[in-house]
Design a protein around this ligand. Structure first.
Ligand code: SAH
Length: 361
């Protein structure tokens, strides 16, 4: 039996049914500490691993926002959950080439809990001269004018599930049923105050999915941006309006698997509720732009032009791969196509003007 399942069984035996939040936190903590999950041989592939163009567009966005903020001389570039460090590598390379003044003003802070991935990030980013520091939590990053990026970070953070009953809300928990891990509704009624306002009109049987950890991190980011200035770019899959529904899923070798079947061995994610993030940003006195689709954001930043540039000096085989990558990043044909399912939200100091990627035509 794997260590996550063993721990969860012990916790249930000692303390009774466990929240989905606890299960997800244990599973993903172990999963990221022990796996390099990316790419064909891994469990999933993220946008920066599909093509260098993704990180390059983020680099261009950072340059444009830096210019919009009157080119401050000292900038903290924070990335949450940098994975293999590929996005930052491509963004820093772009900044170095197109805006040397910015590249000399940047101190990089990476928020990463996995020692394995920290090590990969350190190797990947070793060639850059800017100072790079690692932190386990956003709270440990020093204060100062900040640009923050987070791609597919928030989807990995634990969520809670509460199901609307006839008389109130019931938290969904993990239990042992005939010695098998299973989901069950807590018979007790959960305090109403726990449930975000946006779900209060739900009807019996509907699931409120929300992430207190995400809310806490976004509040910290917004408080810092309001006080110290800067902007945060959040890219993830999710919905722009809060809606009921259970989006928790497990991916292993690029295939969905039952959530409780491979704890610690599969990537557990839930969709990000962008409306909830925007609400918190507003409460803390920040402005927001978006959320727009990933396709709209990348197209506005000029990914098509960049693809043409790369195409002109590529071999026929590379040209094919380039076209496929561009298509994958910006495809909007179906609701699950990456360009449409993924959204981009910017949270920023109230004084920022309309920013590249979010300009409405
Ligand atoms: N941004 C990367 C990787 C996304 S995977 C990319 O686009 O390729 C999620 C990342 O978040 C991993 O680096 C993982 O180790 C990190 N992570 C997950 N939970 C975390 C937590 N609670 N605190 C800090 N980092 C976390």
């Amino acid at each position: 039996m794997n260590p996550v399942e063993k721990t969860l069984r012990q916790l249930i035996a000692l303390d009774g049914p466990q929240s989905i939040e606890r299960m997800m936190s244990l599973s993903n903590g172990y999963y990221y500490a022990c796996h390099d999950p990316f790419g064909q041989k891994g469990d999933f592939i993220t946008a920066p691993e599909i093509s260098q163009m993704f990180g390059e567009m983020i680099g261009i966005w950072l340059i444009s926002v830096w210019q919009a903020a009157q080119c401050p001389r000292s900038v903290q570039l924070v990335e949450l959950g940098p994975g293999r460090g590929t996005l930052l590598h491509d963004a820093l390379r772009t900044i170095h080439r197109l805006a040397p003044d910015l590249s000399q003003s940047v101190q990089v802070h990476l928020v990463e809990t996995s020692p394995l991935l920290q090590n990969m990030q350190s190797q990947k980013l070793g060639g850059f001269t800017c100072p790079i520091a690692w932190h386990p939590h956003i709270e440990d990053v020093p204060e100062g004018f900040t640009f923050l990026i987070a791609n597919e970070f928030f989807d990995a953070l634990p969520v809670r599930h509460c199901i609307r009953g006839e008389k109130g809300w019931h938290e969904k928990r993990v239990i042992l049923d005939n010695d098998t891990l299973a989901f069950a509704r807590d018979p007790d009624i959960a305090p109403e105050i726990l449930i975000p306002q946006s779900f209060h009109s739900a009807t019996a049987g509907e699931c409120a999915e929300f992430s207190p950890v995400t809310q806490q991190i976004v509040r910290t980011i917004a408080q810092r941006l309001a006080k110290q200035g800067g902007a945060a770019l959040i890219v993830d899959y999710g919905h722009t309006q809060s809606q009921t529904g259970d989006t928790l899923q497990a991916l292993k070798h690029h295939q969905p698997v039952p959530v409780l079947a491979h704890l610690g061995e599969a990537d557990l994610t839930a969709h990000v509720d962008f409306a909830a993030l925007a609400l918190i940003a507003g409460e803390e006195g920040c402005g927001v732009q978006g959320a727009v689709t990933q396709a709209a954001f990348l197209n506005q930043l000029g990914i098509g032009l960049r693809a043409e540039q790369l195409h002109a000096r590529a071999t026929p085989e590379q040209q094919k791969a380039l076209a496929a990558a561009l298509e994958r990043l910006t495809d909007t044909a179906s609701p699950t196509a990456m360009g449409r399912l993924f959204k981009v939200l910017c949270i920023h100091h109230a004084a920022m003007p309309e920013l590249a990627g979010f300009i409405e035509s």
